[in-house]
Write a protein that binds this ligand. Structure first.
Ligand code: 5AD
Ligand code: SF4
Length: 476
């Protein structure tokens, strides 16, 4: 059993150590600004999932504290940091591509510091490649010691050497790191880290370690502070939120946590991701239904519709039990929207298995689906399974799947036309400065006329047109 008190003590001393390093670097940067009239700039890129995006907000918060200014232009940066993803191979290729480009860039600007962190760095093969071929990288760290950025930067400045600091596993959770939010009205909150599920295709449990839940008081404090800061919508993040709290000294279910968050004044919307279908409890369904602030949309990754493939994926549910869960969810909350993740071409997937996936798509009626071509990840059980499916077969299935999905999404969305909904206005459209984009309670993406004064407000609109992946609406 973990000693919570000890953990908090370690957290606090670790945080104050890092604050000291932030202070040291800030002084150096202030001096630089004083001498040159220029601020040092950082460029930060988060690849992959929302968890990474949120980790990058913390990295950016620390860089801000250290006196760096954000730039959207890599070519202006004194400090470049990529928070990497390794869930699929193409994400890794993107990083190597960028590093190739940075090599030339650094020839002209040798003082630029390049840092890499995140999931990809937890793999030995990647570290070997970096050491051999990408020696212009200055700082490398992983998923467990993100909070050490200030110390690593300081060590790099003092020693001038390349810093590799990769941990294999870590129990502690460091609270209260500074963070920069990209939006003032919505924020993500980690409720847990890591994953214990070991789906056979997935690298996440190897690079993010075992499940660790944050203490409910810490989460509630964070949400209260966000609410006091004007945040209206929060997204609770975890690889498998349904198993939140099971490893705490005093277990608390995710449903109970949701009820507590629902009581926090100022917060108007609560979303969460990701739910694993194997343990979506009746208690959670009831709670979602009861809590007015919990949005009526659910991300429930199915991955495959074939019970045999699901068994080999180690998903611990069948096609039938998944459909039964969906039935219960829809019965409790008619009008709820469902989204999903689907992998095509898992080893051994036959045409019949694929047809089962199409069948689930037809039966559920998803409003959004994130579709992936299976990507072989070295070190996972699926990578060495027999009968890897041929690329052209996978591509053909993928296209056929989209041909079923997209018309269904369009048809389902027709039901929204004419409805009056509340939209949280998020930002000005990139294509038209008189148009705002935002999300309805059920996560539908909505465009409507307006100006920046609406941003961050809940606006009543009527949906007038269905554009398949978004809607046009008018204010009422
Ligand atoms: N290949 C393809 N897709 C994958 N995912 C995870 N691992 C792989 C892989 N090896 C997908 C799953 C998961 C989403 C985040 O990424 O669908 O739900
Ligand atoms: Fe990967 Fe499965 Fe864990 Fe999701 S639940 S992170 S797919 S192992």
């Amino acid at each position: 059993m973990r000693d919570t008190k000890k953990e908090i003590a370690v957290d606090e001393s670790e945080l104050s150590r890092q604050l000291e390093y932030m202070h040291i670097i800030r002084e150096k940067n202030d001096m630089f600004e004083h001498e040159t009239g220029k601020k040092k700039k950082f460029y930060s890129l988060a690849m992959g999932c929302q968890m990474n995006a949120h980790d990058s907000e913390k990295l950016e918060g620390m860089l801000d504290e250290m006196g760096y200014e954000r730039t959207e232009e890599e070519t202006e940066a004194d400090f470049v940091i990529y928070n990497t993803c390794c869930v699929r191979e193409n994400a890794e290729q993107k990083v190597y591509g960028k590093l190739g480009w940075l090599k030339h860039y650094k020839k002209d600007k040798p003082d630029t510091v390049i840092a890499l962190c995140g999931c990809m760095m937890q793999q030995d093969s990647v570290l070997q490649t970096l050491r051999k071929k990408y020696r212009h990288v200055d700082i490398v760290f992983g998923t467990y010691n993100l909070y050490k950025l200030p110390e690593l930067m300081n060590t790099r400045m003092e020693s001038g050497e390349t810093i590799y600091d990769i941990w294999q596993e870590h129990e502690e959770i460091v609270e209260d790191l500074p963070s920069i939010r990209h939006f003032h009205y919505k924020a993500s909150v980690n409720i847990m880290f890591g994953c214990n599920n070991f789906c056979t295709y997935c690298i996440v449990p190897y690079v993010r370690g075992r499940e660790r839940s944050r203490m409910p008081e810490d989460i509630l404090d964070e949400v209260k502070n966000l609410a006091a800061d004007g945040v209206k919508e929060i997204v609770l993040l975890g690889q498998n939120v349904n198993s939140y709290g099971k490893n705490l000294d005093e277990p608390v279910s995710f449903a109970k946590l949701l009820r507590m968050i629902n009581e926090i004044e100022g917060i108007e919307r609560i979303r969460f991701m990701t739910s694993h279908p194997k343990d979506l409890s009746d208690e959670l369904i009831e709670t979602m239904k009861d809590c007015d602030k919990v949005c009526k949309s659910l991300h429930l990754p199915v991955q495959s519709g074939s019970s045999e493939i699901l068994r080999r994926m180690n998903r611990n549910y069948t096609k039938e039990s998944y459909l039964e869960t969906v039935r219960k969810v829809k019965e409790a909350m008619p009008g709820i929207t469902l989204s999903t993740d689907i992998i095509v071409g898992f080893p051994g997937e036959t045409e019949e298995d694929f047809q089962e996936t199409l069948d689930v798509i037809r039966k559920v009626g998803y409003s959004t689906a994130y579709t992936f071509i299976y990507s072989k990840r070295t070190g996972t059980p699926a990578a060495t399974m027999e009968n890897q499916v041929e690329e052209n077969v996978i591509k053909d299935r993928f296209d056929r799947m989209l041909n079923v999905l997209n018309p269904m999404i369009h048809e389902l969305n027709e039901k929204m036309v004419g409805k009056e909904v509340m939209v949280l206005a998020e930002e000005i459209s990139k294509h038209n400065e008189n148009v705002l984009t935002g999300r309805a309670d059920n996560n539908a993406l909505v465009h409507f006329e307006g100006n920046k004064d609406f941003i961050g407000k809940l606006v009543p609109v009527r949906i007038i047109e269905n554009k398949t992946f978004y809607f046009i609406a008018e204010r009422i």
